[in-house]
Design a protein. Sequence first.
Lengths: 374, 257
Amino acid sequence: MSELKLMKGNEALAEAAIRVGADAYFGYPITPQSEVIEYLMAQRPEERTGMVVLQAESEIAAINMVYGAASSGKRVMTSSSSPGISLKLEGISYLAGAELPAVIVNVVRAGPGLGTIQPAQGDYFQSVKGGGHGDYKLYVLAPASVQEMSDFVEDAFAIAYKYRAPVLILSDGLIGQMMEKVILKDQQKRMTDEELIKKYDDWATTGKTDRERNIVTSLDLQPDKMETRVNKLIKKYAQMEREDLRFETLNCEDAEYLFVAYGSSARIAQKAMELGREKGIKVGLLRPITLFPFPKKQLFDLADQVEGILSVELSAGQMVEDVRLAVEHKVPVEHFGRTGGIIHTPEEIIEALEEKIIKNGSVRHHKTRESSIL
Amino acid sequence: MEVLDIIKPENQVFCKTKLMTDTALSYCPGCGHGTAHNLVMEVVEEMGIASDTIGVAPVGCSVLAYDFMNIDMTQAAHGRAPAVATGIARTWPEKYVFTYQGDGDLAAIGTAETIHACNRGENIVIVFVNNGIYGMTGGQMAPTTLSGMKTSTSPYGREIETMGSPLKITELVANLPGVYYATRHAVHTHKHARKAKKALKKAFENTRLKKGLSIVEIVSNCNSGWKMTPNDSNDWMAENMFPYFRLGDIKVNGKLK
């Protein structure tokens, strides 16, 4: 039965991993996401579902354990926070290159370097622009509530197996640490080894029976073969853009101004939007739920309606570049955000909108999709 | 007698294991990797465990091991094979999981993964081919390069004062309780190869009995990297490598020798 509980985001994510029937979790402690492995260890998932949980010696080892388990067809997950994700990037690139399904969670803290343990959204570039080496992308889900920390685990596994590709859940210290009510879904059964061998017989290294041997690798020393491999990945990413883009809009119907924000910033921008409306500023919110794919067309179209856009992120301005690319200079696009682990207030956001956008008046550049393509 | 008569099954006293593919080996002529591959696959075939065996290939000369070994294999990032093997073995506890790694992979970049897989006593086999050099990248100094040995990154010889001593990693990990079996062999003569095969069989047998980690080191040559003929490289190996990397058992049945 589904249950209503009060939980931390990190705990809800960990519980969801057990309930979706994941086979394994490999992790390494780092603030602010250590509750994920702590919760899993305390839950004895080995007894609940047979799920394996192991604390690795490093983030590098953890992601490579993920690579191993995923290569043999198992549903596997890892989580970390920013500096730890940097260490995992080699493994993530290998997962993408070898076409392995896996779920990676980043509960972002402020950087660069060791930075600080407070929440931030400074890993946007790292998440959507590759991060690791080579031509690959990650499907990136950005939860904005404890409920989504729970729900997105199932969604992430579904996408990972639909495309045989690694999927990133890009959370942050705020969503990971805060407590909210959450509806937990029913326990799903783990696949049996027999079911798994049958289902993934064409690629997983489960032991060569009378079929051809399965090889999991990201290596192709012949350039033409390597290019074919890359093209196959690019096709997947194009399909993700066509079929699996997710976003939501709030108060956009009559909006004259627009906030674009994801994750924790979307929650704060939502409050800022309400304050703005009370002041008579008609502002709406577009919240990308997936950061790749990115709601490019939606932004392009909304730019015909609004006078200006403010990208609100807990960073020095990263997503704002993609917003500008999508909008193609039709209207001014500015960034507002605090860094260093400081969380902006709704009042600061409204002030920024007034100061950076509204004060400058209308500077619309008339452009249509067609004319811009030409 | 014609060639076709000779290769008739009834005339054969020895044949290649079915677990080696017909793909031509990419190793330099005279290199020990081919023999080491063959021995591992012979053991897997003789034990009848091919359908339950998953190999993990490293980065280095043997990165393409999966082209030659006719079993399911996963290729790991440089040094990470023991972590990759951990991921497989933990989620498939009834399978036989082995890594095949060189000295740069296992004893330099992958030191942490090696030590911790050993310390956890992962139920896997590590086949460790030590030729004291980075072969694939063109003969650079490895953690196992002997003192005074010339390589492309130690062109005047390895200087212990600045470059450290050649690492005896098998002895090092043998001290960990998780390691059940640690042994060192060579494959350059029939006699040595037979002993190495016996050791490999024992290692896979340990996996079957869920005894924990077995590491079989094979001291081998790199005639190209050492810039010698194959025969000279084998002689040099026996003369210089064996006194430092002593052949024989280091730990058997969980007990240090």
